[in-house]
Design a protein around this ligand. Structure first.
Ligand code: SF4
Length: 485
């Protein structure tokens, strides 16, 4: 796919490569136990359970017991990969873990994280959530220098950059590597002496630091820390490199960026409602989005329902502001995966058919306002509206708690291809007809920013605006055709 988009400074950029490369909107965690007797494998396992919503295609844990690192990883959900037997083998007082979302061609176990290698710094394991925009360029440099790579994973690349940094200490090697890589990431690196954790300088990816009875912990979302009975200390700062070791935790280095660019979709959809990101609780932000939406859009309905489950929080705020009753209009079968995460269109369609059931007595003869978090591919919305009409709804008005998703995400979140985005190139009326709604209303970008409560210039809104805040040098050229490599 090639196309023109605008950087936040107004420059036109032209995409030069197919963006449909490695895609990962994953979750990471790391735990360093206070005592050598601490057993972290079960903690990592339960922490990954709390992050399961960030990726369902693979999971892995590496632990360190003071002598050896042990790795267990596989394809599938966390409970599919781990059992009592393999967790018992993951001995150690320190560990890192990863859950993975992958494109259909990348689901092989070989790409599952963490990666574990031996290096001049001893055994090293790494896992990251995000995407390096200059990954191909760095990969080519490593290959031409004779490096052998087994996968396309950014984590393997990062491990090689660390190993070849030439720095005397591991923290210096990681810091030097972070200066070379460009993109959105939350990274954890486990060594024999310490656990290092880093967040990209734009703060696009979330990462929180917490305290457990057993030691210290970092995780993509604060819910993982809370679920382990821990206390959130604070969010890792954009560009911060942390060290967790026997002495506790400390900042090793702080890298700057021209601006912050927290992914606004974390608050709209990605984050679990009980997580706080950018200091804002995701559930309360979603309710605030619903209130803003009700203020902005005309409301002619008898009842408000939320598209299960991610539309429920904004629907509550919407109903509150509109002065309408909120009802549960559709029951979700919780044992079917989120359709947004399914890797093929056919699988997504099938999943919608088997996962939702309407509450006819709530819907029959009513004008229904249905609130959803977003319309990405359109499949789910169309099926949901058909379901509501079949259940006797007189009118169905669709309210969307994010602006039209028109531009692909190049920072590791799906979808990364514009052709998959139903709002791209369609008018509001065309979209309304396509999904079969009586009316369709999106929240404005200003309304979304107000509801999140973080200044616009500290957020990434690129999939709504086409203004990409993180400038990948090898992805764009200026309008005059001059290439930037
Ligand atoms: S483009 Fe959209 S999904 Fe990607 S990081 Fe930015 S706000 Fe998040």
């Amino acid at each position: 796919m090639a196309g023109g988009y605008f950087m936040s400074d107004g420059r036109l950029i032209v995409l030069e490569r197919h963006p449909d490369g490695p895609r990962e909107a994953c979750g990471v965690l790391g735990i360093w136990g206070k005592e050598r007797s601490a057993e972290v494998a079960h903690l990592c396992y339960l922490g990954l359970y709390a992050l399961q919503h960030r990726g369902q295609e693979g999971a892995g844990i590496v632990t360190f017991d003071g002598e050896r690192m042990r790795l267990c990883k596989g394809v599938g959900l966390v409970p599919d990969v781990f059992d009592e037997d393999n967790l018992a083998e993951l001995e150690g007082f320190a560990g890192i873990g990863h859950v993975r979302l992958a494109g259909k061609e990348e689901r092989h176990v070989v790409n599952t994280q963490p990666f574990l290698v031996r290096s001049s710094y001893g055994s090293l394991a790494a896992a990251q959530n995000g995407r390096l925009l200059n990954g191909s360029e760095l990969q080519e440099k490593l290959l031409s220098a004779g490096t052998v790579l087994q996968t396309d994973s950014d984590s393997e690349l990062i491990l090689n950059l660390i190993a070849q940094s030439g720095e005397e200490s591991l923290p210096a090697a990681v810091a030097k590597t972070l200066e070379l890589i460009e993109g959105a990431y939350a990274l954890v690196v486990l060594s024999e002496d310490m656990l290092l954790a880093a967040r990209d300088p734009w703060g696009n990816r979330p990462l929180s630091l917490g305290r457990l009875d057993e030691g210290y912990m970092v995780a993509s979302e604060s819910c993982a820390i809370a679920n382990l009975g821990g206390e959130v200390i604070r969010e890792v700062e954009p560009g911060e490199l942390l060290i967790l070791d026997q002495g506790g935790w400390r900042t090793y280095r702080q890298q700057g960026a021209a601006r912050k660019a927290l992914c606004s979709f974390e608050h709209v959809y990605f984050a679990r409602p009980d997580s706080c990101i950018g200091g804002k609780n995701a559930y309360l932000v979603r309710k605030a989005i619903g209130r803003e939406l009700a203020k902005e859009a005309p409301v002619n309905a008898d009842v408000v329902i939320g598209a299960p489950d991610s539309g429920v929080a904004p629907a509550l705020g919407f109903a509150e502001a509109a002065g309408l009753p909120f009802e549960i209009g559709v029951i979700k079968n919780r044992y079917v995966g989120r359709t947004f995460m399914r890797p093929t269109q056919a699988a997504r369609r099938m999943a919608v058919r088997i996962k939702l059931n309407p509450v006819v007595d709530v819907l029959h003869g009513k004008r229904v306002a249905v609130v959803d978090d977003s319309i990405v591919r359109g499949t789910t919305s169309g099926k949901l509206i058909t379901l509501l009409r079949d259940a006797g709804a007189r009118e169905v008005h669709m309210y969307v708690a994010s602006p039209p998703y028109r531009f692909p995400c190049f920072y590791g979140n799906e979808p990364s291809s514009q052709s998959e985005l139903v709002a791209s190139g369609r008018t509001l009326d065309e979209l309304k007809d396509l999904i079969g709604a009586d009316s369709l209303h999106y929240i404005s970008i200003d309304g979304l920013v107000r509801a999140i409560g973080i200044p616009r210039d500290q957020l990434c809104l690129a999939c709504f605006t086409g203004e990409y805040p993180i400038a990948p040098a090898n992805y764009w050229r200026e309008e005059d055709g001059k290439e930037h490599l």
